[in-house]
Structures are given as structure tokens and as C-alpha cells.
Design a protein around this ligand. Structure first.
Ligand code: GLN
Length: 280
């Protein structure tokens, strides 16, 4: 089969599956490039070349898994976040573009701080900690992650990106001994019980531990601000990613935990995605 025929066969098959989302042409081209090494820009130019049979076979099997609901990012084994590559797979949350808003907020909060000390809580793949460390080579960044499945990804991504990040295999609910912090940043699990049953099939493949935020989704927002207030320097800041409808409640929780200067940031979709505050 030619490259074009391989692509077309997979595309036609996906089109028959009503479950598959609109992004399937893009996703398919990612899988195709991953397995056959040809980008969607080059396919029209060299599509009549013969495809490697063994690679085509693996490509079709990945398409089948994609069709059955496995996330594209797990099938490829890596994903980009803030322009950096991250290894991902079963057991670790896939970095999302929404979370880039949290990195931008963190960088803005650190703008006037020299050699900042930062803790990223519930670090997962390490995308937030590593992006901050990449943008601020003078920072000392700690990344805390409890999950045994996610922790090796965190370690691997730190070394893959040559990031100056210290990974701590640790429960964020019992803060470790850390130097005084300029910033606490976190994208904690925040999905409430009632929404756990309505997740897209791809998301159900991701670790519940990274998604489920307790009955009402606010467990981490209730606990972490209080726990980490004593670890922050004066004027130190805290910034959380929040779910699409959680900003108002998280603002209140930060206020009642003793923070001031509460601010919010919208993501690219216009959803209020980040809530931050400062210690007086
Ligand atoms: N943004 C993720 C989702 O809704 C949830 C991540 C989280 O709970 N921190 O799929």
C-alpha cells in the first residue's frame, strides 16, 4: 500500500465511527506521523511512495485503540506543553493547554522576584514545574507528587528537559521541609463526584487520583492554602488552576485562609482558569 492509501484507509474507518470526535483528522495525522514518520504537510507530496508494511500494521492497531477511546497522547507516548516535550502514558495526567494559563500566571507573579523558590503541588508529569524552571533558570523549583505511577514520568521529564527541578515523592497534604517559598502553584484534582461519571471516554483512561477532587471537587482548595501559608515568605503567592465553574468558591477559600490580593486569569477559551492570592 502507498502512504496515501494507508492514511485514507484509516481515515475512512474512523469516519464510520460516530463516537470519534471532530478532531479525528488532526489526531490521525499525529498517529500517522508518529508511526510512519510523514507529517500531514508532506503526505500530499510523497503519498504515492510505498509504506513500510510493518509500520503500517502498527499504525492500524493504534488507530483501533484510538477508536476504542484511548487518548491520542498515551498512544504516542508524549505531548507538548509550553513548547516543551513531555513523556506521558497510563498513570499520569496528560498536560492540557488550559494549564499553560497557570504557568503564565506563575511567571507574572515571579516577575520581580530574583532567584525565586517555588513548590508545584500535585505535579504529575511535571509540566508546570518544568515550564516554570525553563522560563526562570534562576529559580529553585520543587515538584511534589504522591502517585507511584506518575512519579517516574516526573523524574523522566525533568531529565528529558534538563530542568532544574527537585522531584519529591510526597503527599502534598503533609508538607515536607522546604526552604521559605515565593510561590506555591498547583493544578490539583478538582472534578466533583457527580462529574466523574460524565467524563469523555479518553479522560476515563487517565488516573482518577489526578482528577477526583473529593465529593464537591474542592478538597485540595480547602486544605492546601491553609497548609502552605506558613511555608510562604511575606508577599509570597499561591496560584491554582480551577475547574470551569470553581473560581468564585476558590476565591472565597483563599480569602478565608488568610490570603489577599486575589486575582483570576482566563484561559484561551475565555474560562476563568486560575485563581491566585498573596500572603501579607
Ligand atoms: N482539566 C482536567 C479535565 O477536566 C482536570 C484536571 C484536574 O482535575 N486537575 O479533564
Amino acid at each position: 500500500m502507498t502512504l496515501q492509501q494507508v492514511y485514507k484507509k484509516a481515515y475512512d474507518k474512523l469516519q464510520q465511527n460516530a463516537q470519534v470526535q471532530e478532531t479525528c483528522a488532526f489526531d490521525l495525522s499525529c498517529l500517522f506521523e508518529h508511526m510512519l514518520g510523514v507529517s500531514r504537510y508532506r503526505l500530499p507530496l510523497i503519498g504515492n511512495q510505498e509504506a513500510d508494511e510493518a509500520k503500517a500494521r502498527v499504525f492500524f492497531s493504534l488507530c483501533k485503540r484510538y477508536e476504542a477511546g484511548e487518548p491520542l497522547q498515551y498512544l504516542i507516548g508524549e505531548w507538548e506543553f509550553y513548547g516543551l516535550p513531555f513523556s506521558v502514558g497510563e498513570g499520569v495526567l496528560i498536560p492540557r493547554p488550559d494549564t499553560e494559563t497557570l504557568v503564565e500566571t506563575a511567571l507574572a507573579l515571579l516577575k520581580d522576584v530574583k532567584r525565586p523558590v517555588v513548590a508545584d503541588l500535585c505535579s504529575g508529569s511535571g509540566c508546570v514545574a518544568i515550564a516554570i524552571a525553563h522560563e526562570r533558570p534562576d529559580a529553585q523549583v520543587f515538584a511534589l507528587e504522591l502517585s507511584d505511577a506518575a512519579f517516574p514520568y516526573l523524574i523522566g521529564n525533568i531529565s528529558r528537559n534538563h530542568a532544574k527541578v527537585t522531584a519529591l515523592h510526597h503527599d502534598v497534604r503533609t508538607p515536607p521541609a522546604l526552604p521559605a517559598l515565593d510561590l506555591v502553584v498547583s493544578n490539583p484534582p478538582y472534578i466533583p463526584r457527580e462529574e466523574m461519571d460524565t467524563l469523555q471516554i479518553q479522560v476515563t483512561h487517565e488516573p482518577e487520583m489526578a482528577l477526583f477532587g473529593g465529593e464537591d471537587g474542592y478538597d485540595f482548595y480547602r486544605e492546601l492554602p491553609k497548609l502552605y501559608l506558613p511555608l510562604l515568605k511575606k508577599d509570597g503567592a499561591i496560584a491554582f488552576e480551577v475547574g470551569y465553574n470553581q473560581a468564585q468558591t476558590v476565591k472565597q477559600l483563599l480569602l478565608s485562609s488568610g490570603y489577599t490580593d486575589i486575582n483570576t486569569q482566563k484561559d484561551l477559551a475565555g474560562i476563568v482558569r486560575v485563581v491566585s492570592g498573596r500572603k501579607l
